[in-house]
Structures are given as structure tokens and as C-alpha cells.
Write a protein that binds this ligand. Structure first.
Ligand SMILES: [Zn+2]
Length: 278
């Protein structure tokens, strides 16, 4: 994988160097099958496991980049977003002149599927509150709430690793995923503990769910201003939230945020469709 600079307004674009540089934009309309990881597909070309890198981009405030890959799966590295964050910080980030466009949530959207819940509410900043309830002695019920606009992502979320059991690993291998998987790139759960401790945070599991959610919501194609609440959701619900938001233009408006942090509306089709701005 190689990450290259891109002009303002390009968004995040994946490029398969093994397929004549075929490009797939990291946006909702290219979301393909979603189970253990989020995959993008365009004209039959697949990019798998996009969420950790896209999460790192949001955490670092990166709107535009080209991601070259010579394979269909992104490197899993240590199972968190930390290695991506460190590599990007090492080469540096350039501020571009065009003001960032945000997708500002104007009214609540919430839904439930069985015991799973996901919602987004209006807010002047981007925050996430995630709850999980996982039948394992080390996990159980965990909740983590974080404000993402103030740098907390890098301190509290980026290093949280993915987790799974040996059975998950076998299922994923059968799907052709995690070719490079080992104890080095995920927390491996046993019946009553973990195979490869110690944990990086006592509540590393729920923090990783926040990491995944942020990466999946990046498929909105814009940074979001809103409060996202999730309970036992997963990639499928995260990406469904993205398409539901995009489908209903009365839910949001595009804004730019001036340096004093106040959100400024810009003329846009969405605003016109939604009537008077809030
Ligand atoms: Zn993950």
C-alpha cells in the first residue's frame, strides 16, 4: 500500500495498481458486502477492509488522498489504526486552501434491529457513544463516549485493536480475508481470557468499535457534525446508517466551519431541498 497526496475536493480514492490503476472512491455508493469488515466494489473490482485506514484519515483530519494497493485487501498491520496514524504523521499533512465541507446533521435519525441500535443527532461537533454487550468474561457490557473533534481520537481510539476468536479467524480465512493474520494483528479471545495480552486499554474492545464506526462513517465522503450513538451495531448497520443519511437530504446540510468554530452554511442542493436552514 502507498498513500499519495491528492488535490482538494478529490476525497479518498483507492487505486488498484495490479489492475491498471483502476480507481474506487471511498463513498457509500461503492459499498459492497459487509460482514467482518467493510468492502468496496466497483465494476466487480473489490477493495476489502477499508475501515481502519479511513478511520485514521478522519482522526487525522485528512480529506484528500490516493491509496494505491497491489491487492484487494488493505494491510491489517497490528489490527488498529495506530500504524497508519504514525506513518502519515511521519511524512506530514499539508493544509489545503479550500475550506472543508461538513455534513451537519439537522434532525435525529434512529432505528433498532432486534437488540441493535444506531442513531445520529444534531450537534456542533462530531462525537460517538458506543455500547457493546459481548458474552465474554473480559468484555460484558462496555460503553465508550468520545468527542472526535479535539484530538481525542489519536489518544483514545487509534491504538485499539480488532478482536476475534479462533472460530472467527477460520471463517475469515475461508472468505479469503486476513491472509496475514496472526496474534500480532488482533486480540485473540479464548473461552475465559485472551491468548495474547496485555490489552492496550481495559476497554479496548468497545474503543475498537468506535474506531470501526468512524471508519465506516467516512464513507459519507465528508466529515460529519453530529452525535452518533450505537449499541451492539456492526459494519452492516454502520454502512446502512451512511446510506440512510445520504438518501434523506432533509436530515443534513453541507456547511463549512470558520476558524472560530461556528458552522457556516453554504448554498447547496441539500439545503434548498430541506427548506429553511436551522
Ligand atoms: Zn475493525
Amino acid at each position: 500500500m502507498r498513500i499519495l497526496p491528492a488535490p482538494a475536493g478529490s476525497g479518498i480514492v483507492f487505486r488498484r495498481t495490479d489492475l491498471d490503476g483502476f480507481e474506487i472512491e471511498a463513498v457509500s455508493r461503492n459499498v459492497a458486502r459487509v460482514s467482518y469488515a467493510t468492502s468496496l466494489m466497483k465494476k466487480g473490482v473489490l477493495i476489502s477492509t477499508t475501515e481502519h485506514l479511513l478511520s485514521a484519515f478522519i482522526g487525522l483530519g485528512i480529506d484528500n488522498a490516493i491509496v494505491e494497493l497491489d491487492n484487494l485487501e488493505l494491510p491489517i498491520l497490528d489490527g488498529s489504526a495506530q500504524p497508519f496514524v504514525e506513518m502519515i504523521q511521519k511524512v506530514g499533512i499539508r493544509k489545503q486552501r479550500r475550506p472543508r465541507q461538513y455534513l451537519k446533521i439537522r434532525r435525529p435519525l434512529e432505528w433498532r434491529e432486534g437488540n441493535k441500535f444506531i442513531a445520529v443527532y444534531p450537534s456542533g461537533t462530531y462525537s460517538v457513544a458506543y455500547s457493546i454487550n459481548f458474552p465474554h468474561p473480559l468484555i460484558g457490557k462496555e460503553t465508550f463516549a468520545v468527542e472526535l473533534s479535539n484530538g481525542s481520537y489519536l489518544r483514545q481510539i487509534a491504538a485499539a485493536r480488532t478482536f476475534g476468536s479462533r472460530q472467527d479467524e477460520e471463517a475469515m480465512r475461508n472468505m479469503g480475508l486476513i491472509r496475514g493474520a496472526s496474534r500480532e494483528n488482533c486480540i485473540v479471545l479464548t473461552q475465559d481470557g485472551i491468548e495474547n495480552g496485555p490489552l492496550r486499554f481495559a476497554d479496548e474492545f468497545v474503543r475498537h468499535k468506535v474506531l470501526d464506526l468512524v471508519g465506516d462513517l467516512a464513507l459519507l465522503g465528508k466529515q460529519i457534525l453530529g452525535k452518533v450513538v450505537a449499541d451492539r451495531a456492526g459494519h452492516a448497520m454502520h454502512t446502512a446508517l451512511v446510506s440512510r443519511i445520504l438518501r434523506d437530504k432533509s436530515l443534513w446540510e453541507e456547511v463549512t466551519v470558520s476558524t472560530n468554530g461556528e458552522a457556516n452554511g453554504v448554498a447547496s442542493a441539500s439545503q434548498a431541498a430541506a427548506g429553511a436552514p436551522v
